[in-house]
Design a protein around this ligand. Structure first.
Ligand SMILES: O=C(O)CCC(=O)C(=O)O
Ligand SMILES: [Fe+2]
Length: 147
């Protein structure tokens, strides 16, 4: 799945939300900040840290499905986007997810008596149905999946 985001310039950027804080619900995201305008922020240790664009560089984000598959070893990254006062901003996000008839859940090879599953396992279709019935709100859907 691919999403192209267009953020028009806004003379009062602090009064608008570009893209609300969220983690990508998919497995892995490859993101291109197309026209080198900054605006992407990630949440690290509770602080919003800007990710400055580099020419022709992709940003690779861990999504919720990877957090769930690795039973929490990899953590999905919460991020948001702001708008710029003078310049328009364009980003292209490519999201990778399992097949529709697959299952979202911790990999069986990572589960043992010492490391029990930390997340529920559900079908990919039900996973996305549940996601779209919710508000986009930080990492809240990972908590829905948490046991
Ligand atoms: O515009 C950006 O840099 C972020 C886009 C994003 O997070 C998304 O499309 O999920
Ligand atoms: Fe995102």
């Amino acid at each position: 799945m691919m999403r192209m985001n267009y953020y028009p310039p806004c003379p009062q950027p602090d009064k608008v939300i570009g893209l609300t804080p969220h983690s990508d619900s998919t497995g892995l995201t490859i993101l291109l900040q197309l026209n080198q305008v900054e605006g992407l922020l990630i949440r690290k240790n509770g602080l919003w840290v800007p990710v400055n664009p580099f020419p022709n560089a992709f940003i690779v984000n861990v999504g919720d499905i990877l957090e769930i598959s690795t039973n929490g070893i990899y953590k999905s990254i919460e991020h948001r986007a702001t708008v710029n006062a003078e310049k328009e901003r364009v980003s292209i996000a490519t999201f990778y997810s399992p097949n529709e008839d697959g299952v979202v859940g911790p990999a069986s090879s990572l589960i043992s008596e010492e490391t029990p599953p930390r997340f529920r396992s559900i079908g990919v279709k039900d996973y996305f149905k549940g996601l779209f019935s919710q508000k986009l709100d930080g990492k809240s859907y990972v908590d829905v999946m948490r046991i």
